[in-house]
Design a protein around this ligand. Structure first.
Ligand code: A3P
Length: 302
């Protein structure tokens, strides 16, 4: 049992180790249910929300949930936390239904399903059924910082270690769900030939949330009115989501908000408060090499 674990978390299993899974770093919490994940039966109207961890998954999940259900099922917003409304496909942790069981039990249409899997691991049924996918990407520096604080406060993640060693591991791709570089570029390449992938950026959401809601809405063919979209924009503002117990993960017992909140800062550029000048130079040099073959571009400031 981890020595830093507070009394109310002592029933938790120890933090997992990273393992190599078909060439991708993972923990057993995301591979234990592998057969069911790979055989998962998608429905044609399912919407898959795919991200590298900490890219704004919850933000986009909440927007989609509101776009689809805020008018039709207003009670939904106050009855269940977002992680039950939008199942996390590959998760299998103690005392929770598995992601596949939760998704199978949903009778909503569409089902919104979240995944952090890299492109090559997506269950084939999603492609066969021609499901729409919303992919959210976030610049590597802020993504790494957010991931570091998340791993500090989440007991089902490996020990993050100190910031310097964490950043090195990030650059080496030794993170849960593998390399950020492979993840964002793998999905980007697939998007070029796949019209049903909407590839969006955390930085654009911060810059103009309303514009990004409009784009999502047209991709999904939603008939939300301008007033409904404006209401959604208001509800998903950082401060409002942070206060909303159905969206802020406050009921998720594997997290310790005393260490760091789930809704932490929600900014572009917080990396400047974490990277030293040397770390930044080394990171940039390594980044150029790893990203030299892609047209994908990120903004680290807005
Ligand atoms: P920070 O740790 O930088 O604050 P995910 O949902 O993929 O785990 O991503 C979590 C990150 O998205 C966190 O980033 C969180 O604060 C940020 N986030 C969530 N909702 C947000 C919102 N409404 N506005 C801005 N950032 C948001």
């Amino acid at each position: 049992m981890a020595a830093d674990m507070p009394a109310d978390k002592k029933t938790m299993p120890p933090r997992p180790d990273l393992l190599d899974f078909h060439g991708v770093s993972m923990t057993h919490y995301f591979t234990d249910n592998w057969e069911k994940i790979q055989n998962f039966q998608a429905r044609p109207d399912d919407i898959l929300i795919a991200t590298y961890p900490k890219a704004g998954t919850t933000w986009v999940s909440y927007i989609l949930d509101l776009l689809y259900f805020s008018q039709k099922k207003p009670d939904r917003q106050t009855s269940n936390p977002i992680y039950e409304r939008v199942p996390f496909l590959e998760i299998m942790i103690p005392n929770h239904p598995s992601g596949t069981d939760l998704a199978d039990s949903l009778d909503s249409s569409p089902r919104l399903i979240k995944t952090h899997l890299p492109i090559q691991m997506i269950p084939k049924s999603f492609w066969e059924k021609k499901c729409r996918v919303v992919y959210v990407a976030r610049n590597a520096k802020d993504n790494a910082v957010s991931f570091f604080h998340f791993d500090r406060m989440t007991y089902v993640q490996p020990e993050p270690g100190d910031w310097n060693s964490f950043l090195q591991r990030f650059m080496d791709g030794k993170m849960v769900f593998g390399s950020w570089y492979d993840h964002v570029t793998g999905w980007w390449e697939r998007k070029q030939s796949h019209p049903k992938i909407h590839y969006m950026f955390f930085e654009d959401m911060v810059e103009d949330t309303g514009r990004e809601i409009d784009k999502l809405s047209s991709f999904l063919g939603s008939n939300s009115t301008a007033a409904a979209k404006e209401q959604i924009r208001h509800l998903v503002q950082f401060d409002n989501m942070k206060k909303n117990d159905m969206a802020n993960y406050s009921s998720f017992e594997t997290m310790d908000f005393k260490i760091s909140p789930f809704m932490r800062k929600g900014k572009v550029g917080d990396w400047k408060n974490h990277f030293t000048v040397t770390q930044n130079e080394q990171f940039d040099e390594d980044y150029k090499k790893k990203m030299k073959n892609t047209t994908l571009q990120f903004r680290t400031v807005v």
